[in-house]
Write a protein that binds this ligand. Structure first.
Ligand SMILES: Nc1ncnc2c1ncn2[C@@H]1O[C@H](COP(=O)(O)OP(=O)(O)O)[C@@H](O)[C@H]1O
Ligand SMILES: [Mg+2]
Length: 344
């Protein structure tokens, strides 16, 4: 149990005896005697403070003691004021250091943004030339090709296609991170938009032995969206679903009408995502498993952009996933014309 010690000047000022010796008001010998007396009084059940002991032994009178204590308090107070001042100075210094670090960080971020924007534009131009000439060669416009030559060109074309996609993603990403992602919203017929996307994604699914299904109402009213960007989002989500689903699995693009909205769901029976990792997958350049990444490819940009584009539509992407069972990404879009104005 803590016994309450009364707050007296003697308690607040530590080592009063030493202070008195230092001030020449007491000899070392007298202090020793006083401490011994204090201890003795304590043993007799009459505890006393050192100042009291000094007075009772007649070494000091009350006035001298009070003066010494006052001086002690003044010293302590000025030490406190100084410490406070030092502390304030250090806080100010640290704050300035932090502000400088923040400034450098945002400068670096800006540089990174510029770097990505510049480098992707610089890469795009030569790549367009390479692709153009490869296509020219492939169509045999520059001379006949044997089968091996044709196959080599096809591999090269596929690789340039992948590079081009990556560069396009980087450009989109740098636009989005500079807040320059602009949408051209208009009524979009989902049947028309989705059909070529399914056609493009199907060979990838077939390649991996995955069934790709579309579940879409035929008389769906148009949604309010940027068709190009929405198409890109759906392709990315389907790409991921196919990429992260083992052979024998199923990927479904399900489009359901819900009041004055349309819900787009991309479901797979793939490897799934641990609940604590779901936040991470939307970070740019982030992939959950480095080894899987090497196996599956990709730059970890897709979902970061998917989220930005969907959010630019005023919507939100949600993810439901169970490891080893599958994942569903979904987001709603508003109908172009509210339900109440439509002829049912
Ligand atoms: N359908 C999915 N199933 C399991 N994991 C997924 C799925 N979609 C995305 N992920 C995880 O999220 C990460 C980020 O995805 P994304 O941004 O599209 O990058 P990338 O496709 O280039 O790897 C992926 O590397 C993967 O770990
Ligand atoms: Mg991806």
């Amino acid at each position: 149990m803590n016994e309450q010690v009364p707050i007296t000047p003697e308690v607040l000022v530590p080592r009063l005896g030493d202070q008195l010796v230092e001030m020449g008001l007491l000899t070392q010998e007298q202090l020793k005697q006083a401490l011994k007396y204090q201890a003795g009084q304590g043993q007799l059940g009459k505890p006393c403070l050192i100042g009291q002991a000094l007075m009772e032994l007649g070494f000091l009178d009350r006035a001298v003691l009070d003066r010494a204590i006052t001086e002690q308090i003044i010293r302590l107070r000025s030490a406190l004021v100084k410490a406070n001042h030092n502390l304030e100075e250090r806080v100010q210094q640290r704050t300035a250091d932090l502000q400088e670090a923040l400034r450098q960080l945002s400068q670096l971020n800006q540089l990174k943004g510029n770097f990505i924007a510049n480098i992707s534009h610089e890469l795009r131009t030569p790549l367009t030339h390479v692709r153009g000439y490869l296509e020219l060669l492939h169509t045999e416009a520059l001379g006949e090709l044997n089968d091996d030559q044709k196959k080599s060109l096809e591999v090269s074309l596929r690789s340039t296609g992948r590079l081009q996609n990556l560069i396009d993603d980087l450009i989109l990403f740098s636009l989005a991170s500079r807040g320059e992602l602009s949408l051209q919203l208009k009524p979009v017929d989902l049947n028309q938009l989705i059909s070529p996307i399914m056609t493009r994604s199907n060979p990838k699914a077939v390649d991996r032995g995955i069934v790709l299904n579309l579940e879409l109402e035929s008389s769906l009213p148009p949604v309010q969206a940027d068709d190009e960007k929405l198409g890109w989002v759906l392709s990315q989500l389907l790409d991921n679903a196919i990429k992260f689903t083992p052979t024998g699995g199923v990927v479904i693009l399900r489009v359901l009408r819900n009041e004055n909205m349309v819900m787009l769901n991309i479901c797979d029976t793939g490897i799934g995502i641990a609940p604590e990792k779901i936040k991470e997958i939307f970070e740019p350049f982030h992939q959950l498993d480095g080894s899987a990444t090497r196996r599956y490819g990709g730059a970890g940009l897709g979902l970061a952009l998917v989220r930005q584009i969907v959010e630019a539509h005023g919507s939100l992407v949600s993810v439901v996933s169970t490891p080893d069972q599958g994942t569903t990404f979904s987001f709603p879009l508003l109908l172009a014309v509210p339900k109440t104005y439509q002829q049912e």
